[in-house]
Design a protein around this ligand. Structure first.
Ligand code: NAD
Length: 449
């Protein structure tokens, strides 16, 4: 017989969270999971980190981090103190009071949500689910995932959400490469399936981050994350479209934005570029467009933004081709090109969905000779979308190596690139980030794209 009332339900877990005796499981030790582990251990909890990738687990056990946001020193401190135990042994789910899921949510080849990672993880947790556990999804996904996909899997063994175990959702917000924020200082949106779960999720994250933002339902929390990323995708598309329009009119978009952003209200600057990258902005909006079909509502704005952003590498290639022709009298098919920056954004090493990879692939089909330099990416790793580029090595920047190329294309404006060296020894620079001007370099061989 279940003797819990709404008051006593979850009380044991609540007190374990309050006195830090709860054991926390984090599933998926990647860009989101590993910083969460560090913040959770820092808050005084014992953390078990789960990953199917045994090579990652072995690295972590020896205190070697592969994520920029978590230093080797910080990792070694929590591993040697015994507050972080990385493992691939899913039987240890049974030891956890809270399990936070941070596994990938990519798109399939047909650009539909691929929930296989979430489903596999949920099934693995279900095998060890016990009373009073709190399971929280952090992966970005469409509204309904936690309730319609995860909950039935977890409840299949007979335990009930809100009565026997607790279920929640709390999206991750990250600004990779930015020194201004970390997991603990970014407010965290939280929601639970029922009042007790909501209280537990808020309490758990409240002990790790400075501020939690409770919302009324899991579906609201799921779409908060999508809303934030769709907002970015749409605004970046808008400014990319304006870039193309203004370029045709001989107007520099960068100068326009600098002036527009002096308006103290009603305007927020977004910057154009070579296209979208990373695990989030190019992917997340399509989780919503997919789910919207079920409700027969159209998502024209989101789809249009996607089309514009996806077209940007093609636009950059056309500007490059035109500049090679007009300035050097050289067809693209005979040109050698150096791509500067292959990470999807400045000061990070992540190349997932990077527009640089798309651009390299486009240029290679034109038979141009292509190399790249990126101080954060020594070798292009295997990616789902661009497997043929895996293993390509970074070349060093030097007077001679720069001079050996007909054109340089700045795709990612990392801080630690010697832009002066590029300006002094190149024949032509295509700059997709306004990096030269922002670094105070005046050079008449720069074409913005
Ligand atoms: N990277 C970001 O900046 C960011 C920001 C906000 C939200 N997100 C979201 O967070 C989620 C995770 O993204 P990420 O960038 O950390 O991904 P990631 O690829 O860096 O890490 C995911 C990890 O999960 C592991 N994994 C996969 N399947 C597993 C399983 N069944 N069991 C255990 N481990 C498994 C992988 O080996 C990998 O180490 C995604 O939904 C993403 O959209 C990412």
């Amino acid at each position: 017989m279940n003797v819990h009332t709404d008051q006593t339900r979850g009380a044991l877990l609540l007190s374990r969270l309050e006195n830090r005796s709860a054991t926390i499981g984090v599933v998926g030790l990647g860009y989101v999971g590993l910083p969460l582990v560090a913040a959770t251990a820092h808050a005084g909890f014992r953390v078990i980190g789960f990953d199917v990738d045994r090579s990652k687990v072995e690295k972590l056990k020896t205190g070697r981090s592969y994520i920029d946001a978590v230093s080797d020193e910080a990792l070694q401190a929590i591993v040697s103190a015994g507050s972080f135990m990385p493992t691939s042994d899913f039987a240890r789910f049974a030891e956890c009071d809270v399990i936070s899921i941070c596994v990938p949510t990519p798109l399939t080849k047909q650009r539909e949500p691929d929930l296989s990672f979430v489903e596999n993880t949920t099934r693995a947790i279900a095998a060890y689910l016990r009373r009073d556990q709190l399971i929280v999804l952090e992966s970005t996904t469409y509204p309904g995932t936690t309730d319609e996909v995860m909950k039935p899997i977890l409840e299949a063994g007979g335990l009930r959400s809100g009565r026997d175990f607790f279920l929640g959702y709390s999206p991750e917000r990250e600004d990779p490469g930015s020194a201004g924020f970390d997991t603990a200082t970014i407010p965290k949106v939280v929601a639970g399936d029922g009042a007790v779960a909501a209280r537990l999720v808020a309490r758990f994250y409240g002990s790790i981050v400075d501020k939690v933002v409770p919302v009324s339902s899991i579906k609201v929390a799921e779409v908060v994350k999508l809303t934030e990323n769709i907002f970015r995708a749409v605004n970046i598309a808008l400014v990319n479209e304006l870039k193309v329009i203004y370029a045709a009119m001989g107007i520099d978009i960068w100068e326009v934005i600098e002036a527009a952003k002096t308006k103290p209200f009603g305007y927020m600057p977004f910057y154009p570029g070579p296209g979208l990258g990373g695990h989030c902005i190019p992917i997340d909006p399509f989780y919503l467009t997919w789910k919207s079909r079920e409700f027969e509502v159209s998502t024209k704005f989101i789809e249009l933004a996607g089309e514009i952003n996806v077209s940007m590498p093609h636009y950059v290639m056309s500007k490059l081709s035109e500049a090679l022709d007009t300035q050097l009298g050289l067809p693209l098919s005979q040109a050698s090109i150096l791509i500067v920056g292959v990470a999807y954004k400045k000061n990070v090493s992540d190349v997932r969905e990077s527009p640089a990879l798309k651009l390299i692939e486009l240029l290679e089909t034109r038979a141009a000779d292509i190399a790249y330099h990126d101080p954060h990416v020594a070798r292009i790793p295997k990616t789902r979308k661009h497997p043929t580029l895996a293993g390509k090595d970074c070349i060093k920047l030097s007077r001679d190596s720069i001079g050996a190329y007909d054109a340089i294309v700045i795709v990612t404006d990392h801080d630690d690139i010697d832009y002066g060296l590029l300006a002094n020894h190149s024949r032509l620079i295509i700059d997709t980030r306004n990096a030269m001007q922002r670094n105070g370099i005046v050079c008449d061989r720069v074409v913005k794209a």
